[in-house]
Write a protein that binds this ligand. Sequence first.
Ligand code: ZN
Length: 395
Amino acid sequence: MKVQVRKGDTFWYYSNLFNVPLTLIIDSNPDSDPKTLQIGDTVHIPGYQVSYYKVQKGDTFWRLASERRLALDMLALLNPNESPRNLQVGQTLRIPVQVGFRIVDGRQAYDFDVLTKHLKELLDTYPFIRTEKIGQSVMGKDLLELQIGHGSKVVHWNGSFHANEWITTATIMQFLNDYLIALTNKEPIRGLDVSPYYEQVTLSIVPMVDPDGVNLVLQGPPKGPFGEEALRINNGNEDFSGWKANIRGVDLNNQFPAKWEVEAERKPKKPRYRDFPGEKPLTEPEAIAMAELAQARQFEKMLAFHTQGEVIYWGYEGKEPPRAFTIVNEFRRVSGYEPIRYVDSYAGYKDWFIKVYERPGFTVELGEGTNPLPISQFDEIYQETIGIFLASLYM
Ligand SMILES: [Zn+2]
């Protein structure tokens, strides 16, 4: 929601009037200097939307405000040209509405288009989210990183490294929405006050690492050469529900230089719906973008969300720090997911991250059953995962 600065208004005043943390108002207006606000400047108030109301007989600002438990000055601020004592029947007023509902509903086929739509709405309502374009997919879709908070501790989450595991994106996005509501409205999540994490943590999220693959799974092959090639790789089969790779048939979670040769030796030698590690490490733009991001951000910890199995992989060749064990035990406590230290599988993002940085890195396998998990599992998966998201912030 946007408001126009009046004489005497300050960010601090808006913070009190709307009961929104000052730091979120400052971060929602990166181009404004709070010290030099001018009358008529536009200021974003996060966590509010505007609804419109037609004045009826007998309405006054005071009555409209008290019925809605709003401060009288909110109505004055949003309707600067209306005379509070002389409302006309039928005229339209702007009424602020604090957003306590989710914009993101994860219970749907969560393709790149749904993600894009939800992101736009979240950015409108919570302009303190920062977005960074970290690269492009094979077909040219923007790979986006979202950042929330400005702590020195950078915690990274990513989803949909594997195309038919797109339910991980839905899970991350719905939790992000809940986190934004909790920060803005000063509400706890599962009894935990999350407001300190905005200052302590920079949350880095890449919600969909393989957007071309996700759309292939959910929408079928796109028109043009990439779709034709994917269809050929899939032996002419129009059903892509088993597809984990990117649009070129390279498994992005087999692309990283951490015993890549071991995987290359025993995995498929040409593009396939899953497991082909590429001709060499880091040939695919999605994998390159993720490697460069880790280098640029220096994640304090990293969580890659996959499906399925209700397990958490947390080791690589003894390079994982002792603290990873403490963290994974907390993840186990809050989710019931089983930690697994080593597994005979390499060249994943988690493997490479631990190998290079020797910091805590996790592959979190959400849900039970066989991939692709049905969306009917979403609510259960979401409940299991909330604790892991929170623990990654406070551990
Ligand atoms: Zn996976």
